[in-house]
Design a protein around this ligand. Structure first.
Ligand code: 1PR
Length: 533
């Protein structure tokens, strides 16, 4: 099998890239020292996270010059995400750190005044080379396909500037901003999106690069030729996973966070076993899920961290699922079975190495937010959110929020931020606030959802997974009031969760709220807790 050399200079999910390269028929070898680059025929520079961090790591490891030489030698080179950014002279993300400088342009942060940043999700990579109704695209990119992006900084596109230097360019629109999605010149190809996370369309691009299929022509429709915001709102399939009474890790689902079988009225029966996590994740991917999320809802471990069954589940899932994977549950500082202290960052690192693109933090985020307000909104740098987002970028850190409604007579009855609701309770109260909970909803805290999301945004969380205990497993639709309220409070993307029971609920949440993504669990299992299906 032909071999591709990968430069693993920085932490992150490189497993998925390896799996994608193998999937299209190539073997992978790691470059561990700068000298090894000399012997590489095809070199891929992946990258996630922070520009400055990645480029400093490359410089400190002595890789920059050998990479430059590889490019000059005419051997195939591909950069992915920060691997594309590295080709430019610098980024506003870290102005002190220079890039490779192959292209004398800089990356800028997206304007967040009227859209979420980071830019996360599926967007286009449309060739700027168009004549009439024919578009000449690069390396398997198609005008009607979407690709998975996750970044806050991008190269703004200025018509003709890169093309004048011989580059072929594909762009995407985010809001009003057009930016570089992919570039190619000679032996160099680079994508801002993650082809290894872009499903079949991404695999096609990797294959085309590796086999040297550079240009392809497509007839495009007038609609495809139009420049418009191409970001689609994501549909996320969620698998709540836990150990059942027999000790197996199973997919389960309940309502209002109760996952035990109900014998008529009482709960307390066996844990519902609704399938095997790896098989179900693959099924969701094949059915078109934009992302897959695993929530280890008990997050209980009685084995050493390195043997946690979730790690194996991620490894196996990433062999067949080529869309982003998120893992939540138990991401916090903890003590391993042999008594060693393990930081939340170490736990997250194991998940990233096993194939996760994002980790999701629940209970620990609430505690951290409480501390944040107690300290007069001062950041300590010590929280799991701060440490993980610093190392892996904020796009890798999701905060999963488990709020529930608390009804009051009026805003004056509580110090918390309230909303007026169109759904009063049985006592006729039409004002409520959303109280944060921890430990899977078992413990309520004196913190409202708005306080929580603003605190974690300040700490560096990149996305909010907004559950709602009142709606969980109800199949009655999302809590639109909650979603609007949280969206208005933060700039980072918000994933609507809890209550999806029918495809129309996704349509509704996207039409009636600015949610960036929506997640379903029970509905996708076909049969839902309590036998409502
Ligand atoms: O606190 O960092 O260890 O994380 C634990 C994670 O597990 C949190 O993200 C928390 O939301 C989740 N969790 C804990 N207990 C339960 C439970 O069900 N007993 N599941 C639980 C939460 C919420 C969603 C669910 C949506 C959509 N499940 O993941 O999938 O509500 O459901 P629906 O579409 O069927 O309505 P930590």
């Amino acid at each position: 099998m032909p071999t591709v050399h990968l430069l693993d200079y920085v932490a992150g999910n490189v497993r998925s890239l390896v799996n994608a390269i193998r999937k299209v028929g190539y073997e992978v070898e790691w470059i561990k020292s700068p000298e090894e680059i000399r012997n590489a025929e095809i070199l891929i520079l992946p990258g996630v996270g922070h520009f400055g961090h990645c480029l400093s790591q490359l410089a400190a490891g002595g890789f920059l010059e050998p990479v430059r030489k590889h490019i000059e030698s005419g051997r195939p080179f591909m950069g992915i995400c920060v691997g594309l950014q590295a080709l430019f002279s610098g980024s506003d993300e870290d102005p002190k750190v220079p890039g490779l400088g192959l292209i004398p342009m800089r990356l800028r942060r997206f304007d967040d005044s009227n859209k979420s940043v980071p830019h996360i999700g599926w967007n286009s990579a449309r060739s700027t080379s168009q004549e009439g109704s024919t578009s000449t695209t690069l390396y398997g990119l198609r005008p009607d396909s979407k690709y998975y992006y996750v970044h806050s900084y991008a190269v703004p596109y200025e018509a003709g500037v890169l093309e004048k230097e011989g580059w072929s360019v594909a762009t995407a629109m985010y809001g009003e901003e057009e930016f570089v999605g992919a570039i190619a010149r000679g032996n160099v190809f680079a994508t801002q999106f993650h082809p290894e996370k872009s499903g079949q369309a991404g695999l096609r691009t990797i294959r085309a690069f590796l086999t040297g299929q550079k240009f392809e022509s497509f007839e495009i429709s007038p609609r495809e030729a139009e420049k418009q915001d191409g970001l689609t709102r994501r549909v996320i399939a969620c698998l709540d996973v836990r150990t059942n009474d027999e000790g197996d890790l199973v997919v389960t689902k309940g309502d209002q966070y109760d996952v035990r079988e109900k014998d008529g009225i009482n709960s307390g029966g066996k844990i519902r076993n609704l399938g095997k996590p790896v098989d179900m994740a693959r099924k969701y991917y094949e059915q078109g899920a934009d992302e897959v999320t695993f929530l280890n809802i008990t997050s209980f471990r009685n084995c050493p961290l390195k043997d946690t069954p979730m790690l194996e589940i991620l490894r196996r899932t990433s062999e067949t699922v080529f869309v982003p994977l998120t893992i939540g549950g138990g991401i916090k500082d903890s003590v391993d079975t042999d008594g060693t202290q393990v930081s939340a960052l170490d736990v997250a690192t194991m998940y990233f190495k096993s194939g996760a693109d994002k980790i999701s933090i629940g209970s620990d985020a609430v505690i951290a937010a409480e501390e944040y307000y107690k300290n007069g909104r001062k950041l300590t740098g010590k929280t799991a959110i701060e440490q993980i987002s610093k190392a892996y970028g904020n796009q890798a850190v999701v905060v999963s929020v488990d709020p529930k409604r608390v009804y009051v007579n009026g805003p004056g009855d509580t110090s918390h931020h309230t909303i007026k609701t169109a759904y009063p309770n049985a006592q006729g109260q039409d004002t409520c606030w959303y109280q944060c909970t921890i430990k899977g909803g078992r413990e309520s805290r004196d913190l409202d959802v708005r306080q929580l999301v603003q605190a974690v945004e300040a700490m560096g969380a990149g996305e909010i997974l907004l559950n709602c205990i009142d709606k969980d497993g109800s199949n009655s639709g999302f809590d639109l009031e909650l979603i609007r309220d949280v969206k208005a409070a933060v700039k980072i993307p918000v994933i609507a969760s809890s209550g999806a029971g029918h495809p129309v609920h996704f349509e509704q949440v996207f039409k009636e709220t600015p949610a960036d993504a929506a997640l379903g669990a029970g509905m996708l299992l076909g049969k839902v807790a309590g036998g409502r299906y």
